[in-house]
Design a binder for this molecule. Sequence first.
Ligand code: BES
Ligand code: ZN
Ligand code: ZN
Length: 508
Amino acid sequence: MDISVKKIDLKTKSKFDSENFVIGEFSNSKSAQFKSLDKELSGLLTEAVEAENFKFDLGEVFTINLRKSEAEAAGLDSLRKILLVGLGDRSNFNKDLLKNERKAIAAAIRAAKIQKIKTLSFAVIKNPESVVEIAELVSYEFDKYKTKKDEDYSGLESLEICADSTAAAIKKSISEAQIIAESVNFARDLVWEPACTVTPTYLADVAKTIKGKGIKVKVLDKAQCEKLGMGAYLAVAQGSDQPPKFIEITYTAATYNEKRHKHLALVGKGVTFDSGGLSLKPPKSMEMMKEDMAGSAAVLGTMRAVSILQPKNIKITMIVAATENMPSGKAYRPGDVITAMNGKTIEVNNTDAEGRLTLADAVAYVSKYKPDAIIDMATLTGACMVALGNHCAGLMTNDQKLLDSVKKFADEKGELMWQLPLFDEYRVRLKSEIADLKNAGSGGQAGAQNGGLFVQEFVGDDDDGKQLPWLHIDIAGPCWFDEPNEWSPKGASGIPVRTLLSYIQSLS
Ligand code: BES
Ligand code: ZN
Ligand code: ZN
């Protein structure tokens, strides 16, 4: 999408050459923009609004189609459509400004799509970057495999932001918003793509396309992982014909100073297809298991944005232990005992609890670098969806401060997240008769927590022997939306790329 900023002063005579113009208005007061445009069009706006009894409720859109003669009479020769977007009551709107703004913008973008509008001009002043971000996110579509496409219309092509200045700061924030939204869409593409395409090798190849100053990509193969003792990750991989790929991307800002700045580790679950292994899933539960690499899509999307945005004063290490989880004559079995990279032994009581085994080695591996924080994101448990539904991720941590700061950005971005506990009382459920731990735990309750408690066993210590700050984000629910929301269509959501990028920007 082409994005541009234009300086426009609607308070005086509006001289603009847009074809389709979006203007947001409250139900209980009208802006100077609205009034001046209405005046220029000889009261046409108020007349149409009254005739339609349009109430400017939040998210409602009313399109006024102008006749050529009407537009010309007002000296607005090229203007054809005015999309009036309701913002609802002003004080209610301001109570949750960012969310309501997203709702209004999304409504306009969706209306534009229905009307097959190709170019749109937005009259906004407050947060122009939101328009760009939401436009890119809401108009996203994965139609690659549809052979019948609309030949006349392939979506919104250009977006113009009418701001009261064209200051460099506005341009910069708009271009950042676009990079961030495109990176979310990059992650969404990876989740939408079927598992016959997105294999561990494919993810490794995607990682290699991420280039830029300070970026290094390393991919370990099976033999290298064996040498490192990654028995948990490799046990999952052994049932598949697809070779495992352990992917590492580092970004080191040119300004990074080890003593003064933060080193952040991001770990994403990259199970490119989860059949359950020998503890085979029933067909309905397996249907969507291409999405089991959504954590890896999110960290790759984040690193793509990082490679372009080049945040200062930070180092980031991204890890994806990519594999398939398949049943076969070579597959790992329930009852097998395996050893993770940190030396802990694990009894496999369910081969479908494979994600935590891949994370165990990924988290143990990255702990060796002693980062300042480790954030893992994973489609880990169906139980988390039962607890929080499919719009909300589960957060679990050993460091409340880390969780609070990430959640603050999640709240701002509308990526719903909610904390779940990690009670010591439940650790006994991970006890095994034969090994240090068992992977699926026992008891069948608090499943999201069992997953979190298991992964925590593999988080290493800092130089003082204290466990490294760690945050676990279970995204089994919100990695895929069954219904659209105010910033996303149905399908792959790209969660939590926007939250992570806000957090990274706050550290830099
Ligand atoms: N990939 C699944 C979790 C999942 C479920 C993701 C639904 C997305 C949507 C995970 O590997 C899994 O199978 N977990 C098991 C754990 C159990 C065996 C302890 C589950 O949730 O049933
Ligand atoms: Zn599984
Ligand atoms: Zn899984």
